[in-house]
Design a protein around this ligand. Sequence first.
Ligand code: PEP
Length: 250
Amino acid sequence: MRRSLIVGNWKLHCTVVEAIALANSIRLAVGDPGSREVVIAPPFTAIYAVRGVICGTPIGLAAQDAHWEERGAFTGAVSPGLLHDVGCRYAILGHSERREHFAETDAAVARKLRAALAAGLSPILCVGERTAERDQGRAQTVVSRQLATALAGVAPETLPMVAIAYEPVWAIGTGIAAGTDDAAAMADHIRGRLAAGWGDAAGRARILYGGSVNPGNAGDFLRQDTLDGALVGGASLNADSFAAIVKAAP
Ligand code: PEP
């Protein structure tokens, strides 16, 4: 019922020339993804050029962030409408690197999410606990709070446009992925919170896992019934690795 969604987050990597080359390699390596949905998130500066490479292919485009205002005196910000205009259909929001390095709060993520939806972008909402929070047994509490704040006011009919990426902070870029049981348990928890707030619509929202996914462990995550895909950082910068992760999805 829910299509697998594999998202490559290129973070702060790739000049325009490098991005074109990587997108082209991914296009060739992925080939026909079948029913799987494949999305890449280049840096802002390369989005338009990458669009030219993947135009007419099943690969979609995401932004790595989006501001909450559409226009105005917001130097340095990029709005959801401008991202939609340049070809993005998704926006990664609330990534832990933005929360950590740019002091992004739950409230700011909520504003961004509503603005993204209003502009026709599908948010990929990142949630996840830090090491200390997990050690204190507060992982589910933290994720519940992040979800409740970010999704407040979202209508049930709109909820399925949002994909939730469970990304434990300690697993991102560390090479230490979460255990598949722990990831599946958190996905169940997330689905439960969605069901409590949005009823049947919860069954149509996708839940992804992110954090040191690679070709060797991707199948373990993607075979979990409760997980609908992956948000991939480092391994998405290599076309063969990313394509292998895509192919590991059902
Ligand atoms: C990410 O950037 O969201 C991520 C999960 O990174 P990595 O796969 O490198 O851990």
